[in-house]
Design a protein around this ligand. Structure first.
Ligand code: MTE
Ligand code: MO
Length: 379
């Protein structure tokens, strides 16, 4: 599976890295629909794309479960054996909008693993699958009381500090116990999971950073503590302001699990010249993780002094696990530079920090300050 194949399947992605393949959705295809068509959905990989034959494929369940078992993939997708659910989920990479931090603080992060994502490492799809909670109940008779985390292994391998690992991450048992929130998915927007998105089976963790939604799932391990694989223990950490590249220790970072509230202006584009008749229409996305939905989106034409609320009728449907696309028309001055910014409020009244520097993290994850663009307006 080469990246030339990716080019064929995903001709339009902005190709950020050839290997491991990483590509983001073009801005003019990002707001096509509330559901992102599969061919436009962003891709984030740490290693290669494994080949898995679904006919003899088994998922191994190990660790702190009552009965460790292997479940044949063909049984897992048999609706008479396991009930199926369909959930609309926005999957967002915690690297989304990282480019804003790179521009402000060049040289931060780990260049080898940190692709310079813009606003397009986010997409929404309907996933069909089996609830992990139900699978553990039906196939294994439930988890043992000591089980506090579920660890997922992907078939893909990657290098870290001179060693080869399988992709491995974990989520807390209390997230899994919530029922519909962790899904083992085999369909994406009604078709078999595309190969690059984890065929034949992936995890979909609602409201968490994309990294926890393990693709090419081969094994589920119930354990007392979080995964000690490098993706969980050394990456996707949030550091406080006094920690930088030189003094960072993994133990100084905390694990990023839930996605914070964030938004982006997709139209117009930064540095664009806009000829108008007294008003400009802006469009974008807004999303919040952790089961919070987007309640209110506000846009400012003057860098954040005056804010206008996006009318509710200009927001797509409210949803627990998915973004809302928004649109607003704002009156503007005849000519000059305008600084537009957007901030979103979620159902827990969380909103976005004011500037990139207000939420700096040297490892460049969850860039979620008010998104700002400058455009030149001409009447
Ligand atoms: N699962 C495996 N096995 N290997 C990976 O490299 N990348 C993760 C996650 N699951 C990854 C993985 C990251 S960081 C993200 S953001 C999402 O997959 C991206 O999912 P997508 O490529 O389907 O958009
Ligand atoms: Mo990611």
């Amino acid at each position: 599976f080469s990246w030339q194949t990716v080019l064929k399947e995903k001709p339009d992605l902005i190709h950020l890295l050839d290997f491991p393949y990483n590509g983001e959705t073009r801005r003019d295809q990002l707001l096509t629909d509330k559901l992102t068509p599969n061919k436009f959905h962003f891709v984030r990989n740490h290693g290669g794309v494994p080949d898995i034959n679904p006919d003899d494929f088994e998922i191994e369940i190990t660790g702190l479960v009552n009965n460790p078992v292997k479940v044949a993939f063909r049984d897992l997708i048999d609706i008479n054996k396991y009930p199926q659910e369909e959930v609309t989920v926005t999957l967002q990479c915690s690297g989304t909008r990282r480019i804003e931090q790179i521009k402000e603080y060049p040289g931060d992060g780990d260049e080898l693993i940190n692709a310079p994502w813009g606003e397009g490492a986010i997409g929404t799809a309907v996933y069909t699958g089996v609830s992990l909670k139900k699978l553990l109940k039906i196939a294994c008779g439930g988890v043992k009381p000591q089980c506090k985390h579920l660890e997922f292994f992907g078939a893909d391998t990657y290098f870290k500090k001179g060693q080869v690992y399988n992709y491995a991450v974990s989520v807390p048992w209390r997230k899994v116990r919530a029922g519909e929130e962790v899904l083992l998915a085999f369909k994406m927007n009604g078709v078999d999971l595309p190969k690059i998105h984890g065929y034949p089976l992936r995890v979909v963790v609602t409201g968490y950073i994309g990294a926890r939604s393990c693709k090419w799932l081969t094994r589920i391990n119930a354990r007392a503590d979080p995964s000690d694989g490098p993706v969980q223990a050394m990456e996707y950490l949030y550091y406080t302001a006094q920690i930088g590249k030189q003094n960072a220790k993994y133990s100084n970072g905390f694990s990023i699990q839930q996605m914070p509230v964030s938004s982006a202006i997709i139209y117009p584009e930064d540095k664009q010249v806009i000829i108008h008749d007294g008003s400009i229409t802006l469009r974008g996305w807004a999303y919040s993780g952790g089961g919070n939905w987007v309640e209110r989106v506000e846009v400012s034409p003057d860098g954040g002094h005056v804010w206008y609320a996006v009318p509710q009728e200009n927001l797509t449907q409210k949803h627990y696990h998915a973004w809302r696309l928004w649109k607003i028309e704002l009156p503007v001055d005849p000519e000059g530079w305008l600084e537009f910014c957007v901030r979103t409020w979620d159902s827990s009244n969380n909103t976005e920090p004011t500037y990139v520097r207000s939420a700096w993290n040297w490892d460049l994850h969850v860039t979620s300050s008010a998104h700002r663009i400058k455009v030149y307006s001409v009447n």
